[in-house]
Design a protein around this ligand. Structure first.
Ligand SMILES: Nc1nc2c(ncn2[C@@H]2O[C@H](COP(=O)(O)OP(=O)(O)O)[C@@H](O)[C@H]2O)c(=O)[nH]1
Ligand SMILES: [Mg+2]
Length: 121
């Protein structure tokens, strides 16, 4: 539900900017925080969400994915060098290894930038 509404906001944000001359220069940015108690499942959730947004074969409930509005999704350098990067590749590697393992506990806030190319409606 939440993810669907975020994706919808992105699509609407793109619709809004394409109405203005500044369109090519101002991609809408949504900063999304995931918080929760230690061991609540944040690292596993974020890894899974990012993996599924990049490979949308199993996201039929996400309207923007089902309709083909999300054209591509890819990782980009993060906006803020002062924060550690969320170690997506390592966590995904552990979860999808022939002998899967849960990621180690994380101690610090971290950040990842995912860009979506969406088709304006
Ligand atoms: N069965 C199951 N266990 C999970 C799942 N996500 C997290 N866990 C368990 O919860 C633990 C903590 O998850 P983690 O994502 O590291 O929590 P974080 O501290 O909030 O980042 C993992 O080591 C797993 O034991 C899940 O989707 N399914
Ligand atoms: Mg963690």
């Amino acid at each position: 539900m939440l993810i669907a509404s975020i994706a919808d906001q992105i699509v609407r944000g793109v619709d809004a900017v394409t109405d203005t001359l500044s369109a090519p220069f101002s991609d809408p940015v949504i900063r999304l925080g995931v918080t929760g108690l230690s061991r609540a499942g944040k690292t596993v959730f974020i890894t899974s969400l990012v993996a599924n947004l990049m490979d949308r074969g199993r996201m039929p409930q996400l309207v923007a994915a089902r309709d083909g509005a999300i054209r591509t999704a890819y990782l980009q350098p993060q906006p803020d060098d002062t924060l550690p990067r969320f170690n997506y590749e390592t966590y995904l590697g552990q979860l999808t290894a022939p002998e899967p393992a849960w990621p180690e506990g994380t101690r610090q806030i971290s950040e990842l930038r995912l860009s979506l190319k969406v088709q304006p409606r």
